[in-house]
Design a protein around this ligand. Structure first.
Ligand SMILES: Cc1ncc(COP(=O)(O)O)c(C=O)c1O
Length: 376
């Protein structure tokens, strides 16, 4: 059977390509998932649910007690209740559902460039036109002037991602306010992807959960609780949007993973303590990788303030794909900046969701490769 034109027009993810080329003993700084164990309470809650018969379809929007508990925990970021929360089968699925529910052919969707690999394809698959917007040098804030210049009467959504994959940038107050104003003035919705909200090492997370008049927020337990395999996330939105989101979700999956929901429910009371510990671990690794990159002539980066990615620029006469290919030959997996859009050229992404031994081994490879390539 011939593939649809829609899917045919979309390239395979640049991240997957690197994995397919890697040798078995390579140092992997390409992975976007925490290497920590999930909270014990989450595993117990999930196992108990599965053992006690919670293995059936549930309500499409998620189990009411879980929606209520999620709303209560996240109320620290904005006024909300269970009616503002729809559980979803992952952050990825939440993004797909929002795209399919709100984008019409001809609609323009502003996406960060560089930005997470799914934003552009999901807009296209829904028939929309993704339009990349730039980030400021060094601190990777959404470039407000560039966004203003790109907003047209066809613009439906501005996608914002803080803390950011791939840059590690964390949204400051001024661009946060400017984005909210642009959304209100032009009747455009912000879709705010906040799946890394819990990994902020300097400053604080600014959530659009406090601005549901203008924004829909996507979150996920994948990175928060190190349960990428459980496939559970949620959408936080104005109650007026819920009937459409729930209708969409019914046609995507009917309902979400119920044992995972109960695992999350059981772990929420200890989440603050769990995250404090994870954050300390990632901050140490962030400091290590920043120091190591800082010592390499030809690479440059300000320490990333959030998520678990380093996105240094390099000063070599080659593309990011070529440099990532050289590193792969030397046994280090990372991701070329252009996997995240043309705006990622001149950068590599390293995930530091890996232990310090691996980070050091990876940085040794990077250091000698860059030295060699600068000489040649
Ligand atoms: C920025 C961002 N958003 C969303 C996701 C999706 O996460 P999940 O589908 O595991 O919830 C990811 C995963 O890497 C991500 O990096």
């Amino acid at each position: 059977m011939k593939v649809s034109h829609r899917l045919e027009s979309i390239p395979v993810s640049g991240i997957r390509k690197m994995f397919d080329l890697a040798g078995p003993d390579s140092i992997n700084l390409g992975l976007g998932e925490p290497d920590l164990a999930p909270p014990e309470a989450a595993i117990e809650g999930m196992a108990h649910a599965a053992k006690t018969g919670k293995n059936k379809y549930g309500p499409t929007a998620g189990t009411p007690a879980v929606r209520a508990a999620v709303a209560e925990w996240f109320s620290r970021f904005g006024d909300m209740n269970a009616g503002n929360i729809m559980m979803a089968p992952s952050g990825s699925t939440a993004l797909l559902e929002i795209a399919q529910a709100f984008i019409d052919p001809g609609d323009e969707v502003l996406v960060p460039d560089p930005g997470f690999v799914m934003y552009d394809p999901l807009a296209r698959l829904a028939g929309g036109t993704p339009v990349g917007y730039g980030l400021t040098e060094g601190d990777f804030q959404p470039d407000v002037e560039d966004i203003k210049a790109r907003v047209t009467d066809k613009t439906k959504i501005i996608v914002v991602n803080s803390p950011s994959n791939p840059t590690g940038g964390v949204l400051d107050e001024a661009p946060y306010k400017a984005l909210s104003d642009i959304a209100a003035d032009h009747d455009v919705a912000i879709v705010s992807d906040e799946v890394y909200f819990c990994y902020v090492y300097e400053g604080r997370h600014r959530s659009f959960m406090s601005n549901l008049d203008n924004a829909i927020v996507v979150n996920s337990f994948s990175k928060m609780m190190a349960v990428t395999g459980w496939r559970l996330g949620f959408i936080c939105a104005d109650e007026n949007l819920m009937p459409d989101l729930i209708k969409m979700q019914y046609h995507v999956c009917a309902s979400v993973n119920m044992p995972s929901e109960y695992g999350i429910l059981n772990a929420l009371p200890c989440l603050d303590e769990y995250l404090k510990n994870s954050c300390e671990i990632f901050k140490k690794r962030r400091d290590l990788i920043s120091a190591r990159i800082g010592e390499i002539k030809g690479m440059s980066m300000s320490p990333p303030r959030g998520a678990f990615y380093a996105f240094p620029s390099f000063d070599l006469e080659m593309s990011s794909v070529e440099l990532a290919g050289e590193l792969l030959k030397d046994g280090l997996i990372c991701t070329p900046g252009t996997a995240f859009g043309a705006g990622g050229e001149g950068h590599l992404r390293f995930s530091y969701a890996a232990d310090e031994t691996k980070i050091n081994a990876g940085m040794d490879i990077l250091e000698s490769a860059v030295k060699r390539l600068r000489r040649s």
